[in-house]
Design a protein around this ligand. Structure first.
Ligand code: NAD
Length: 483
């Protein structure tokens, strides 16, 4: 019987009647642990308790808040090898990607530690004589954080760090596929010198505890990263209570490879963007839009690159592509491969379940050819190690195809032309644009987010996060006549 990892409720590790097994997708005989499922009563208890803790935290000195965030970040970076391995074990990404993610998550905390001291308001003269105006930001209060499994530590950290930095309490509902990473980060936060009930972990299913959280009238703001479908549910529930919310959702990112592209840049960008993280990145390149004059050369080299990916256990040295995260995800991916063939794509390589040394959810990376932008495989987010090449005859057609999607997170162009790169940056209808880089891969000190169905609300990350985690107060001060 493995250990049951508990929720963190009102400042205590709390038992529950229910727990789920956390299964390693690289080897389903490996049960990482059992993770308690929070009840509605525990959610209520921890929300009640957080209200007073938030007030205390808001009144805590800036340097103390800064020190806490620094300590969390530094511990995560120092322990990135250990926690990255745990992340890789439960999520399935190769160890190096897991370690990199935990290190990056630590950087979010140290970045926002510095931002604690940069909370500077504005002031103005009133239009009335003798009156001054002071404009400052105050915390939102109780923030609900709901995070996905694909970047379980990074997505949560880029929400939790600014939420705490700007003086809020946090109630975190992580994804049930990756509770170990959530528990580990909570354990670090639980040891900090913060008001005891400031931070809560409520593990459980989205439909139950997640739904309870988003419907709770005392939650002041919800920051959500996940699928478009669940995002709509969050929006509806938030509207009911006038809860502030921000959504980072799905995508259908495209990389445009122009006729003048340097293939030594294009191929690693396309292959890394498509298959990194087993294609389970919101920034993955799932459409490769290629100019006809370079198409055949590109396809030949992309095929070589796709075949070269070493699929294996996330913790085995040399693995470049781990398993997909769950059986349900694997089945959905395989269904998409069937659909691709029915829609008329040639599956030039991959797209099949692999039986390897360990029993896990392995799939070969799939390169689809002969696609057009109307096919469902080019319109719906697959979240699979699969990408489709779409041939275009000109830059204009390429740009129009990039933009012909309901989503708008990232877009990339590979070109040696400054004029085309500049035009693309200005006209791609996405929140992030990459030039001669993969569509995946962003920094932590600048804003991140999308357009259309990929995002809603104010931007995450960098200084821009302040907009979501704070609310503005305008004060008018009449100091009286000095005479
Ligand atoms: P998901 O929408 O299924 O789940 C996300 C989180 O929401 C989980 O914690 C889940 O338990 C919870 N949830 C589910 N139903 C809920 C409900 N009714 N109420 C409240 N919470 C609920 O997404 P996922 O499968 O975990 O993650 C993959 C998705 O996340 C993809 O669509 C991907 O593109 C997206 N994603 C987006 C970004 C971004 O920044 N744009 C980053 C990473 C992942």
């Amino acid at each position: 019987m493995s250990e049951i990892y508990r929720n963190f409720i009102a400042g205590e590790w709390a038992t529950s009647n229910n727990a789920i097994d956390n299964i390693n997708p690289s080897d389903i005989s490996d049960v990482i642990g059992q993770y308690a499922q929070a009840s509605a009563a525990q959610l209520q208890e921890t929300i009640e308790a957080a209200k007073q803790a938030q007030k205390e935290w808001q009144a805590t000195s800036l340097e103390k808040r800064q020190a806490v965030l620094n300590k969390i970040g530094e511990e995560m970076m120092a322990r990135s090898a250990e926690l990255g391995e745990l992340l890789a074990r439960e999520e399935g990404k190769p160890r190096a990607e897991g370690v990199g993610e935990v290190y990056r998550a630590g950087q979010f905390f140290t970045y926002y530690a510095a931002e604690v001291l940069r909370q500077i308001g504005e002031n103005a003269d009133s239009v009335r004589d003798g009156v001054e105006v002071d404009i400052r930001r105050e915390p939102m209060g109780l923030v609900g954080v709901i995070s996905p499994w694909n970047f379980p530590t990074a997505t949560a950290s880029w929400k939790i760090a600014p939420a705490l930095a700007y003086g809020n309490a946090v109630i975190w509902k992580p994804a049930n596929l990756t509770p170990a990473s959530a528990w580990a980060l909570t354990e670090i936060i639980s040891r900090q010198d913060i008001p005891k009930r400031l931070f809560s972990l409520v593990m459980g299913s989205g439909a139950e505890i997640g739904q309870n959280l988003i419907e709770h009238p005392e939650i002041n703001a919800i920051s959500f990263t996940g699928s478009y479908q669940v995002g709509k549910t969050i929006a509806r529930a938030s509207a009911e209570n006038f809860t502030k919310f921000q959504l980072e959702l799905g995508s259908k990112n495209a990389l445009l490879v122009m006729d003048d592209a340097d293939l030594d840049i294009a191929i690693p960008a396309a292959a890394g963007g498509a298959f990194g993280g087993t294609g389970q990145k919101c920034t993955a390149s799932s459409r490769l839009i290629v100019h006809e004059s370079i198409h055949d050369q590109f396809v030949e080299r992309m095929l070589e690159a796709t075949k070269a990916f070493k699929v294996g256990h996330a913790l085995t040295e040399g693995t470049q592509l781990g398993p997909v995260a769950s059986e349900a995800q694997l089945n959905a991916n395989l269904d998409y491969m069937k659909l691709a063939a029915e829609e008329g794509c040639e599956i030039a390589y991959g797209g099949e379940r692999l039986n390897l040394e360990h029993d896990g959810f392995y799939m070969s990376p799939a390169l689809l050819l002969g696609g057009n932008n109307q096919m469902r495989v080019n319109r719906e987010e697959m979240f699979a190690p699969a990408t489709c090449v779409i041939k275009v005859g000109s830059y204009e057609e390429g740009l129009a195809t990039v933009n012909d999607t309901d989503y708008g997170l990232t877009a990339g162009i590979i070109t040696q032309s400054l004029a085309k790169a500049t035009h693309f940056r200005r006209h791609a209808e996405t929140g992030c644009v990459m030039v001669n880089l993969p569509t995946a891969g962003t920094d932590y000190h600048v804003p991140f987010g999308g357009r259309k169905n990929s995002s809603y609300g104010s931007r995450e990350q960098g200084k821009y996060a302040e907009e979501f985690y704070t609310q503005v107060k305008t004060s008018y001060i009449f100091s009286g006549s000095p005479f």
